[in-house]
Design a protein around this ligand. Structure first.
Ligand code: NAI
Length: 340
């Protein structure tokens, strides 16, 4: 079966890492027709809008997209296209697996947890205004509807993936109404999952626990900003941002992208690590039912890590982005030759 998938190469290192990923995914034998679109500053220049309707329509039609990172200007300029896209498609669940890979020097080689981040509201609502010069307000929106559906997603995810425990992360001691509502939803919905262990942690303590004793966590569910921050913290526990994949899931479709951004400091040099977006691509293959191809790409990638000779610079190696992809493709060809 041929799949039509929207491809957004993105900014900075985006085109380099998505090109490497597309090569690996195609080498699995899965037939994919890519519909390529631009977003963000590139789209602003070409179409006069950062979120062109053509791109949104393409994802709505295909129901699945692979996306590179998109740059957001700091403190000025256009609002985040990443946030805009998640809202436009109501991609409410941001699933971010955190799993150490073989041969990668890191603090917790056994770590295997999943962050489930609410993706549509919280402080990311972007509702800010100047009250009087020198005083601004930024509103955090927490709704019962969005909280119920994200905690339900986390509990279902845990059940479907053989996880035994779900932890809610919050700051309900200070934000008694907003985070209090989130926690209440967690407790209410959790009653439908008697088979799962539940607990909750205040965000600051949770950060410390993640650094000291992360093995106590299996699935963590939280509102938007906490999920953003804890994802990067967890990426640091397993060897860096180059290794942290993600999926934005909603009823209308799914957009697969790495946790990291456009890495302007290393863009254009061909040295970025494509692992995070490749792993997002492997999640995408499973999402569209191509499990055998996903396993094939994953095993080849793990073999390249186990060998340790074609790793990128962030992991202490000297392979280029494209060389890392070629090493994975060679492993798949070798596996085909043995089995075929
Ligand atoms: P960043 O994640 O782009 O980079 C942080 C650090 O990690 C940099 O030193 C970078 O070189 C390194 N890094 C990131 N990905 C890497 C990879 N694949 N291989 C090797 N090293 C890697 O974060 P930063 O610098 O804060 O953000 C840059 C831009 O990306 C901003 O405009 C931001 O808004 C945007 N961004 C976009 C996201 C998205 O599209 N989902 C997510 C996060 C940030």
């Amino acid at each position: 079966m041929k799949h039509t998938i929207t491809l957004i190469p993105g900014d900075g290192i985006g085109p380099e890492i998505t090109a490497a990923t597309v090569r690996v995914l195609e080498a699995t034998g899965v037939e994919i027709e890519w519909e390529t679109h631009i977003l963000g500053a590139q789209a602003q220049e070409k179409y006069g809008t950062t979120l062109p309707p053509e791109a949104i329509d393409s994802i709505k039609r295909n129901k699945v997209a692979l996306k590179g990172p998109i740059m957001t200007p700091i403190g000025k300029g256009f609002t985040s296209v990443n946030v805009g896209l998640r809202k436009a498609l109501d991609l409410y669940a941001n699933v971010r697996p955190v799993k150490a890979l073989p041969n990668v020097p890191c603090r917790y080689p056994e770590l295997d947890l999943v962050i489930v981040r609410e993706n549509t509201e919280g402080l990311y609502s972007g509702i800010e205004h100047i009250v009087v010069p020198g005083v601004v307000e930024s509103l955090k929106v927490i709704t019962e509807r969005a909280s119920n559906r994200i905690v339900k997603y986390a509990f279902d995810f845990a059940r479907d993936n053989g996880r035994k425990k779900v932890t809610a992360v919050h700051k309900a001691n200070i934000m008694k109404l907003s985070d209090g509502l989130f926690l209440q939803c967690f407790e209410n919905v959790g009653q439908d999952y008697p088979d799962l262990e539940k607990d909750d942690k205040i965000i600051d303590n949770c950060c410390m626990q993640l650094v000291m004793r992360p093995e106590q966590f299996e699935v963590l569910v939280m509102e938007n900003l906490y999920g953003d921050i804890l994802s990067d913290l967890c990426a640091g526990l397993i060897g860096g941002l180059g290794l942290a994949p993600g999926a934005n899931i909603g009823e209308q479709g799914a957009v697969f992208e790495a946790v990291h951004g456009s890495a302007p400091d290393i863009a254009g040099q061909g040295i970025a690590n494509p692992t995070a977006i490749l792993m997002s691509g492997i999640m995408m293959l499973r999402h569209i039912g191509e499990n055998a191809a996903a396993d094939k790409a994953e095993q080849a990638m793990l073999a390249v890590f186990a060998e340790g000779t074609a790793l990128t610079r962030d992991l202490g190696g000297n392979a280029k982005t494209s060389e890392f992809a070629t090493a994975i493709i060679d492993k798949m060809k070798a596996a085909d030759a043995v089995s075929g």
